[in-house]
Design a protein around this ligand. Sequence first.
Ligand code: HEM
Length: 183
Amino acid sequence: MEPNAQATPFVPATEPDETNIRQLVDAFYRRVDDDSLLGPIFARELAGRWDAHLAKMTTFWSSLVLGTKAYRGNVQEAHRPLGDIEPQHFARWLTLFLDTVSTRYEPAAAVQFMEPALRIAQSLQLSKFGWDYAIPGAQVDLLASLKRLRTGRSENESSAELPDRSRGEPFPAKLSGVESEES
Ligand code: HEM
């Protein structure tokens, strides 16, 4: 079955719960389905399986944001068969997701979805495009500022803890144990 065609009226939610997460998932995949770039990929991959996908994604986000721990799956494995994914697909996925979240939740709730989405996108991008793929700068910057919001740290403290890898370093120096020239 296709995602619901009708938008549900809503006011931005202050707290994520199972009901508004299901509504977020429905709204996001309606936009994906309508999108000229992403729509055909999802239509092809999820033909006859939309309902199961929407239920699974509700469980996934509830596990991440509400801590329900009900999601049992492997996100990397699920995307491995998608051979025709390019950087522009990630850019579009993130644009649609971040925009949908920010219209449906108050900012403090929205960031709880945004940060994991950006982190998972980054790990999928590195798997798809190689460990030396340079994550787009705007994406790196957005993730860093969301992290600062969450931890309340200043830019310098935050970047000292997790150096950005936008220049294509295989791993942050602090994690790989290989110091870069400047540090
Ligand atoms: C280019 C961007 C993306 C595309 C085209 C894409 C496409 C898909 C497709 C087609 C599936 C269904 C797989 C199947 O059941 O056969 C799927 C599953 C899924 N996607 Fe994505 N995806 C993208 C990015 C992301 C991102 C950034 C996230 C981060 C939250 C994400 C999270 C998931 C999860 C959790 C599943 C379910 C995995 C499972 O089966 O357990 N996807 N994706």
